[in-house]
Design a protein around this ligand. Structure first.
Ligand code: CA
Length: 238
């Protein structure tokens, strides 16, 4: 998952980022409300972790701005104020959940999973493309009904391609979906994941659009035969 994390306390911010990266999330960390809103203009996130006490534009202001917008974004508020009235105020502003500081990092990871799951449950429980099925909630991938084991990045890449339906996805978009700011990205990182996905699933599954990026192969081209070993088919597909 790609998370946006807003926290102006450097020590707390760093520790939280490390913990979230360790459980496999891509994390972008911002330290002010203005940076936060700018990041939301540029990128699409699965969840926002929002410190209320941000300098300049406060967490409350940011939450109001986000909730007045179109996109549905799960938000977990992080606050030092744990009184009942404060908690109610935060939920009334449209937060999905809140955590009182000092928070436990393992619990935070679990709450992120929970709010993202609830958000996705309200959307599509299953993405399908020909013989390929991907279940975002349970992180299950089926190929012709058989479960396939993917790494976290492979799963994220496949999900991004499936959510894009018929549109092509640029390499830059995929890099952004897979990696947080400042995370080391090899120049051919996306190509490597695409290569592994083709090997694990089908050579025809992901079509390279030269100079642009990738798209999924036509679903009817994926059924039947044994495309994994079909070199001619792979060349046809690009
Ligand atoms: Ca703060």
């Amino acid at each position: 998952m790609r998370l946006l994390f807003a926290e102006d306390d450097v020590l707390l911010g760093r520790a939280t980022c490390v913990a979230l990266l360790k459980v496999g999330h891509a994390v972008d960390w911002v330290t002010s409300g203005h940076q936060l809103l700018a990041a939301l203009e540029r990128e699409i996130y699965d969840c926002l972790l929002l410190d209320l006490g941000l300098p300049g534009l406060s967490g409350e202001d940011c939450l109001r701005a986000i909730r007045s917008g179109q996109r549905r974004l799960p938000v977990i508020v992080l606050t030092a104020r744990g009184q009942k009235d404060d908690r109610i105020a935060v939920l009334d502003l449209g937060a999905d959940d809140y955590m009182v500081k000092p928070y436990d990092l393992e619990e935070m990871a679990a709450r992120v999973r929970a709010v993202v799951r609830r958000n996705r449950e309200s959307q599509s429980p299953e993405l399908a493309h020909g013989p390929l099925v991907l279940r975002p909630l349970t992180r299950v991938v089926l190929w012709r009904g058989q479960p396939v084991t993917l790494t976290g990045k492979e799963f994220m890449l496949l999900e991004a391609l499936m959510r894009a339906t018929d549109r092509s996805v640029t390499r830059e978009h995929l890099e952004a979906a897979l990696y947080g700011w400042g995370e080391e990205i090899g120049s051919n990182a996306v190509e490597v994941h695409v290569h592994h996905l083709r090997r694990k699933l089908s050579r025809r599954l992901i079509v390279t659009i030269r100079g642009v990026g990738y798209r999924l192969g036509a679903p009817d081209q994926l059924d039947g035969g044994t495309p994994v070993h079909d070199e001619a088919g792979a060349r046809d597909a690009g």
